[in-house]
Design a protein around this ligand. Structure first.
Ligand code: NAP
Length: 234
């Protein structure tokens, strides 16, 4: 039977690469993000890669919209990837930026994962894989909110892992270093050549997900070897 994966933040960057990685395996992709045109473009690419795609335009921070659009959904794998980073010193963050990071990086995990878990419990099988960050375990200037949300991801995932494994559900966290995307307002270019590319993270997610039934890779860090001499040390 065709397997299915729900990826949040699938419209660009790492989430898009994960969607395409599993499309090439022949999986059905449920692609979630806010921007419909980008999701439609992804759908066309997934189909030409041999997969199926169901785009769902949705703000994962909107609890009632998540319940309405994802409640009761049946998927084999959930990848909580949608995330926001506004990397600057806390005194320079606006209240809106602070709350948006907490809403998308933390609170949306509650909304989306609770919509998906009942179907996994009923089938006694499933996998919840969340994209954390190396920034969740090593401090940096500008990371007071973002880094703390990613530290939350790691702690949340480990607690959830021991809560649901007896019900047949695996929980993992993949923690990338710096990746060339539009994250934190970045405009990808030559300066990013040293970073990982989104497909590197998608391959790491595939390694975590495509394991035998009794094997759980709970936590995986994926880093670049080519850190610039005076780079951020990731
Ligand atoms: N890039 C890095 O260096 C890096 C390193 C470590 C970890 N990460 C993590 O990797 C994940 C993906 O980041 P990225 O680098 O691919 O960033 P990105 O290029 O900015 O993509 C972020 C994705 O999240 C979606 N998104 C944002 N807010 C959303 C919301 N409220 N509801 C639904 N979707 C939302 C965006 O789609 P829409 O705008 O269409 O909604 C987009 O698809 C994040 O969790 C990030 O923290 C990134």
């Amino acid at each position: 039977m065709t397997q299915s994966i729900l990826v949040t933040g699938a419209s660009r960057g790492i989430g898009r690469a994960i969607a395409l990685r599993f499309a090439r395996e022949g999986w059905t992709v449920v692609a979630v993000a806010r921007k419909q045109p980008e999701l439609d473009a992804l759908r066309a690419e997934v189909i030409s890669a041999g997969g199926m795609c169901r785009p769902i335009a949705l703000d994962v921070a909107d609890a009632s919209a998540v319940a309405r659009q994802l409640g009761g959904i049946e998927v084999d794998v959930l990848v909580n990837n949608a995330g926001v980073g506004v990397l600057k010193p806390m005194m320079e963050l606006s209240a809106e930026e602070w709350h948006r990071m907490l809403d998308v990086n933390v609170n949306a995990l509650f909304h989306v994962t609770r919509a998906v878990l009942p179907g996994m419990f009923a089938r006694k099988a499933g996998h919840v894989c969340t994209i954390g960050s190396i920034g969740g375990r090593s401090v940096f200037v500008g990371g007071s909110c973002y880094g703390a949300t990613k530290a939350f991801v790691t702690a949340w995932a480990e607690n959830l892992m021991i809560e649901v494994r007896d019900r047949g559900v695996k929980v993992s966290v993949v923690m990338p270093g710096a990746v060339t995307t539009e994250f934190n307002g970045n405009a990808p270019g030559e300066k990013d050549r040293w970073k990982l590319v989104p497909a590197d993270v998608a391959d790491a997610v595939a390694q975590v997900v495509l394991t035998p039934p009794n094997v759980l890779i709970h936590r995986l860090e994926v880093r670049t070897l080519t850190v610039p001499a005076k780079g951020p040390g990731k």
